[in-house]
Design a binder for this molecule. Structure first.
Ligand SMILES: CC(C)(COP(=O)(O)OP(=O)(O)OC[C@H]1O[C@@H](n2cnc3c(N)ncnc32)[C@H](O)[C@@H]1OP(=O)(O)O)[C@@H](O)C(=O)NCCC(=O)NCCS
Length: 166
């Protein structure tokens, strides 16, 4: 059963594993394909604990952590935030878990944080992610051409968003 809980210090080694998984890191991060390490992950977590504009969660299969997701740049003023998700364990891809998790965090953003809009950025080649976001009501707001460099090629990048119309 899929459970979602707060992202905790004990998840740091999983972050390293997941962010170094080539099936994940080719699609995530400011500079995709970059490796991380325990030191960087610990620094990230220490910063995370200090700020109020990020809320991250660990996605678990019962008690086994399998991925993480979060909202960053949460703006109380603009009532918006940026969404991130990664299912870090390959054998959990394509089983409906991303959909459950993104639905959960949209609900959290709109109903708990009272956001008006949730933004995300996605590489145009990331068809599973784009299909997932579209299936939940995200629309494409813009395309940045040749924005991301990965494995010798520039890739287009899409800005997507969902609005709270209730
Ligand atoms: C993108 C990601 C979160 C999707 O999660 P998932 O659990 O694999 O996806 P789901 O099984 O919940 O599928 C949800 C929808 O995505 C789409 N989808 C999933 N896998 C797909 C595939 N291989 N091809 C096309 N569409 C796919 C479908 O629309 C599916 O909905 P449907 O089953 O109702 O048709 C996950 O694959 C992942 O973490 N990938 C690596 C990191 C990443 O790309 N993060 C997003 C960065 S923007």
């Amino acid at each position: 059963m899929i459970k979602i809980r707060r992202h905790l210090q004990k998840d740091i080694p999983y972050r390293v594993k997941w962010l170094n998984n080539p099936n994940v890191n080719r699609f995530v991060g400011d500079e995709v394909g970059q490796k991380t390490n325990l030191k960087k992950a610990k620094e990230w977590f220490a910063d995370y604990q200090k700020v109020k504009n990020k809320k991250f969660f660990t996605i678990c299969d019962d008690f086994k952590p399998i991925g993480f997701m979060g909202l960053s740049n949460i703006s109380k003023h603009n009532k918006n935030a940026d969404l991130f998700i990664a299912i870090g364990e390959d054998n959990y891809h394509g089983k409906g878990i991303g959909k459950i998790a993104v639905k959960w965090i949209i609900n959290y953003g709109f109903n708990k944080l009272k956001l008006h809009k949730i933004n995300l950025g996605v590489i145009k080649d990331n068809v599973p992610a784009i299909n997932l976001y579209k299936s939940l009501g995200f629309i494409t707001e813009g395309k940045m051409k040749e924005e991301v460099f990965y494995k010798g090629k520039f890739h287009d990048f899409l800005s997507m968003a969902i609005f709270n119309r209730n």
